[in-house]
Design a protein around this ligand. Structure first.
Ligand SMILES: [Zn+2]
Length: 240
C-alpha cells in the first residue's frame, strides 16, 4: 500500500472518530491516564489496543522482539518507570505469543544479524529451563519457551526497584503474565499474577511446577493441541 493510501486511511479514521465523539482528540491531547501498561512483542499480528479492544489513551505500550524486559535494558526499564511513577498505571501486562519468530530463532540458533544479540536474553531462559524443554518435540518446544519467557520476564518486572518501591509505598499495582494465540485471537492467563513480591515468587514457582507436570501431555501433542494444552488450560482450577 502506497503512503498516499495510508494517509487517506488516517484521514478517514480521524473523521470517523470525531464524528462518533467530537471531543475525543481534544480530550486526549490534554492528558493520558492509561490504567494498563503492555509489554509485548513487536510482531505485527499482536497489537495491544486492538487485541484488548481499547481506544487510544487507554493502554501504554512497549514492544520489542520477543517481549523482553532484561534487567540492564534502559529502554524498557525507562518505559516501565514512566508507566508506574508518572502515569500511575494499575496493571503491568507482560504478553507473549505462541509461534513467536524471535523465540523460534533463538531456539534454532538462527543467525539473523544484530538481533541475535538481543535474543541472547531468550537463550538465557532456554538454558535455565533446558530440562523442561529438552524432551519436547520441536513445535511444542517453541511454544513452551514462549511461555517460559513470559514467566521470566514477569519475574524481571517484579524484581525491579521500580515495581518493588511501588509495592512498598502501598501503590495498587498488579503485574500479570499472559500469552496470546494467533490462531484464535485470545489472550490466555498463565497463573502469573502478583500484587506484591511474595505473590510474584509464589505464582512463578507454581507456574514452573505446572510446566513440569504437563510435560507428558505436551510432548505427545501437535502444535495445535499444545496451544490448547497451554498452562492456562493445565492450570484450570488453580488461582490466577
Ligand atoms: Zn514474537
Amino acid at each position: 500500500m502506497a503512503l498516499d493510501n495510508l494517509l487517506a486511511r488516517n484521514r478517514a479514521w480521524s473523521a470517523r472518530v470525531s464524528e462518533q465523539d467530537p471531543h475525543f482528540f481534544d480530550r486526549l491531547a490534554k492528558i493520558q491516564t492509561p490504567a494498563y501498561y503492555w509489554i509485548g512483542c513487536s510482531d505485527s499480528r499482536v497489537p495491544s489496543n486492538q487485541i484488548l479492544d481499547l481506544a487510544p489513551g487507554e493502554v501504554f505500550t512497549h514492544r520489542n522482539v520477543a517481549n523482553l524486559l532484561p534487567p540492564g535494558d534502559l529502554n524498557s526499564l525507562s518505559t516501565l518507570q514512566f508507566a508506574v511513577d508518572v502515569l500511575g498505571v494499575r496493571h503491568v501486562m507482560i504478553v507473549g505469543h505462541y509461534g513467536c519468530s524471535g523465540i523460534r530463532a533463538s531456539l534454532e540458533g538462527a543467525r539473523l544479524g544484530l538481533v541475535d544479540t538481543w535474543l541472547g536474553h531468550v537463550q538465557d531462559v532456554q538454558v535455565r529451563h533446558h530440562k523442561l524443554l529438552s524432551e519436547l518435540p520441536h513445535p511444542a518446544r517453541v511454544d513452551r519457551l514462549c511461555e517460559l519467557n513470559v514467566a521470566e520476564q514477569f519475574m524481571n518486572v517484579c524484581r525491579t526497584h521500580i515495581v518493588n518501591d511501588a509495592w512498598k509505598s502501598g501503590k495498587q499495582l498488579a503485574v500479570h503474565g499472559l500469552i496470546y494465540a494467533l490462531e484464535d485471537g485470545l489472550l490466555r492467563e498463565m497463573g502469573l499474577s502478583a500484587g506484591n513480591a511474595g505473590e510474584a515468587e509464589q505464582s512463578y514457582q507454581e507456574f514452573i511446577e505446572r510446566a513440569a507436570g504437563c510435560q507428558d501431555r505436551a510432548s505427545s501433542s501437535s502444535h495445535e493441541a499444545h496451544v490448547s494444552c497451554s498452562h492456562a488450560s493445565c492450570s484450570a482450577g488453580l488461582p490466577v
